[in-house]
Design a protein around this ligand. Structure first.
Ligand SMILES: [Zn+2]
Length: 254
């Protein structure tokens, strides 16, 4: 079902109200530019934390896996809609993702990256919550290990209710947590991408979460009462415990 990453969407709390949000993804895998993302296109500028030394920054950037730029349209209208969404849900009018604190892992519920891309690219109300802008994620990780960047890191994306103000979204192409954990090329790429991102933004392993863990994040915020317990079923706690254990095997340069 192309409506939202992570299959079903089960509110996971005792009183899970509301239905899940949707997002899905789809088509084509366009080109295959190797590791060619340039900062101006993808917003991947090097962080400027005063406490991070230049050699450490270089070491962190050396962790950056090859990333194929495959940006969805995100023009002035979509940015304005994202700012309006942020105002409704977080009380701040901005489309900018600043100093992200969380990385959320998802799966697409699609067989291909192309299907996911095609779901995210159109700026239309999502099928679940019927809001604008359209849903999206910053990255796709394909079964063959290719990483696609759909949205620059300086932009907010609608992928996880309650966390879109501070979370980077990674959509792993596939139909279940276990499928992705069992795919060597894909899990290797997913971990490499997540490691680089968490090291560059100083995000702890515990704040690398699955969509299904969204409600327990200390960063979760939601002004719309009907959505306060809304989440999806993708990447549950047990599978994320495995994911985080794998991620923790590799530390960040210091
Ligand atoms: Zn999800």
């Amino acid at each position: 079902m192309l409506a939202g990453c992570g299959a079903g969407n089960t509110p996971k709390t005792a009183n899970g109200a509301a239905a899940p949000a949707s997002s899905a993804h789809a088509p084509t895998a366009g080109g295959n530019a190797a590791a060619a993302t340039d900062a101006s296109t993808t917003g991947a500028s090097i962080p400027t934390t005063p406490s991070t030394s230049a050699p450490t920054l270089v070491a962190i950037e050396a962790l950056r896996p090859p990333i194929h730029p495959w940006l969805i349209p995100f023009g002035a209208r979509r940015k304005r809609e994202m700012a309006e969404y942020s105002l409704r849900h977080y009380g701040e009018y901005t489309y900018l993702l600043r100093d992200p604190k969380v990385i959320v892992e998802h799966y697409t519920e699609t067989a291909t990256a192309g299907e996911a891309y095609n779901t995210f690219a159109p700026d239309v109300p999502d099928s679940e919550l019927h809001e604008l802008p359209g849903t999206c994620a910053h990255f796709l990780v394909e079964p063959n290990g290719r990483i696609d960047q759909l949205v620059p890191l300086y932009l907010r994306c609608r992928h996880t209710v309650g966390l879109n103000w501070t979370a980077i979204g990674i959509e792993n192409v596939g139909f279940s947590d276990q499928q992705i954990l069992a795919d060597r090329a894909q899990i290797h790429a997913s971990l490499a991408l997540t490691r680089w991102l968490r090291c560059r933004y100083g995000i702890s392993v515990r704040n690398v979460i699955g969509h299904n863990e969204s409600l327990s994040s200390p960063y979760h915020r939601e002004r719309v009462a009907a959505l306060r317990y809304q989440t999806h079923s993708d990447w549950n706690h047990a599978d994320m415990t495995r994911y985080r254990a794998l991620l923790a095997r590799s530390s960040c340069p210091r």
